[in-house]
Structure formats: structure tokens, C-alpha cells
Design a protein around this ligand. Structure first.
Ligand SMILES: Cc1cc2nc3c(=O)[nH]c(=O)nc-3n(C[C@H](O)[C@H](O)[C@H](O)COP(=O)(O)O)c2cc1C
Length: 209
């Protein structure tokens, strides 16, 4: 299937088949694809939790207004924004760039200065908003990749982020929940699978200048 066909096939799955799980290979391939998501400066301002534990998922479901996908999907992917994007965070990243690319640390100084400039200019709230945006890019990659692999998915904002942070112990990790995705396989009787796609017509969506 082309990516376009995959996106026509996918829909926000409301009812997952609780008996169907991703294989380890599928999960690893999907996570590796998400790991390749681009981000501003490459800072990857987030971490990603893969939740399988049934008891934790029960709690998350309650914090997501009872949405059944939380307990029936194969895994819950939680995109969590970094709340401490600071000089130390940038420094660690630049160290990694130097190591992976085999370049002198000093050569990366202008790149580092540019990132520190952005980090210094932003308020704490702006930095977290910046991190959330990057997490959404990773969500987009996950949905596209999963769909290409024939894995159903449902992105979700319908949850209490404060409660998610508490259940998952994110505050202590310097993280806060951005958005989540449930992944797995659709139940045969999920009526939503047959709904026509509602999207803006191209003329209303694209502005050509
Ligand atoms: C960021 C985001 C948050 C969403 N939150 C929820 C949600 O909490 N629960 C849900 O069932 N669907 C949720 N959706 C699914 C949308 O309602 C759905 O993608 C949209 O109606 C288009 O339908 P389609 O994805 O089936 O084509 C969300 C989608 C996005 C992208």
C-alpha cells in the first residue's frame, strides 16, 4: 500500500480486539521508526512510554474518561514532553552529536550557541509548549508508520494529563504527558471502520500563493 492508501485505510479506532496483540517484531519495528522522527535541532524534547501493564492501563482508562481503547488496545504509547530543556540538556545532546558523527566538540560550538540562544529566550512555559509540538510530530510519524504496517491506531487528547502524570510518575522524571496513541487491531464490529473520511476539500485546505 502507498502511504496515501494506508491513510485512507486507517481511522481513529474506537474498538480494539483485545485478543489481538502486536508481535515483538512489529512493536520493535514501529518504535524504531518513531525513534527516527525529526525534531527541532534534533533535540527530541520528549520520551515515549510503552504501556502494557493491565493494572496501570485500568487507571489510565479512568483518567481518559473511560475510553475502552485504553484497556483493549495492544499497547498504549504515551508521548511525554521534557519539562527541563536547559543548558545541561543541550550540552548532553551536543556531546552525543560529537560522538556519533566523530567531530570535535569545539566545531559544534556555533550549533550549540544557537540552541542555547533559543533555550535562553524561551520562558519555561514556552519551552514546554515547544516540547509538546515536537511530541506531536512523533505522534504523526507513529500513526503513519503503524498504518503502513497494517496496525490500527487511535491518537488521543481526551484524558486528564495531570492524572496521567501522576499514575505514570512523570513529574519525578522531568516529563509531562503530551498526547497518547493506542495501537493494536480493530474489532470486527467497530462501526467507525466504515465511516467515510471527512476532510476539508483541497480548495479550502491548501492556499497556493
Ligand atoms: C491529537 C488528536 C487527539 C484525538 N483525541 C481523541 C480521543 O481522545 N478519543 C478518540 O476516540 N479519538 C480522538 N482523536 C481522533 C479524531 O477524532 C479523528 O482522528 C478525527 O475525527 C478524524 O477521523 P479519522 O482519524 O478516523 O480519519 C484524536 C485525534 C487527534 C489527531
Amino acid at each position: 500500500m502507498s502511504l496515501k492508501q494506508s491513510l485512507e485505510w486507517r481511522y481513529a479506532t474506537k474498538k480494539f480486539d483485545a485478543n489481538k496483540k502486536l508481535s515483538n517484531e512489529q512493536l520493535n519495528e514501529l518504535l524504531e521508526t518513531v525513534r527516527l522522527s525529526p525534531s527541532s535541532y534534533g533535540l527530541q524534547h520528549y520520551e515515549i512510554l510503552v504501556v502494557e501493564n493491565a493494572a496501570v492501563r485500568e487507571q489510565l482508562r479512568e483518567a481518559a474518561y473511560g475510553q475502552t481503547q485504553l484497556t483493549d488496545a495492544s499497547q498504549i504509547i504515551v508521548f511525554a514532553a521534557e519539562t527541563e530543556i536547559n543548558e545541561a540538556y543541550v550540552e548532553k545532546y551536543v556531546d552525543e552529536v560529537a560522538r556519533v558523527r566523530g567531530v570535535e566538540r569545539e566545531q559544534l560550538r556555533p550549533f550549540e550557541e544557537s540552541m542555547l540562544g533559543a533555550v535562553g529566550r524561551y520562558t519555561e512555559d514556552q519551552k514546554i509548549a515547544w516540547a509538546h509540538k515536537q511530541a506531536y510530530i512523533a505522534l504523526g510519524v507513529l500513526m503513519s508508520a503503524a498504518s503502513e504496517m497494517g496496525i490500527d491506531n487511535c491518537p488521543m487528547e481526551g484524558f486528564n494529563a495531570g492524572k496521567f502524570d501522576e499514575i505514570l510518575g512523570l513529574k519525578e522524571k522531568g516529563l509531562t504527558t503530551s498526547v497518547i496513541a493506542c495501537i493494536g487491531f480493530r474489532a470486527e464490529d467497530d462501526a467507525y471502520a466504515h465511516f467515510a473520511k471527512v476532510r476539508k476539500p483541497a480548495d479550502d485546505l491548501f492556499i497556493r500563493i
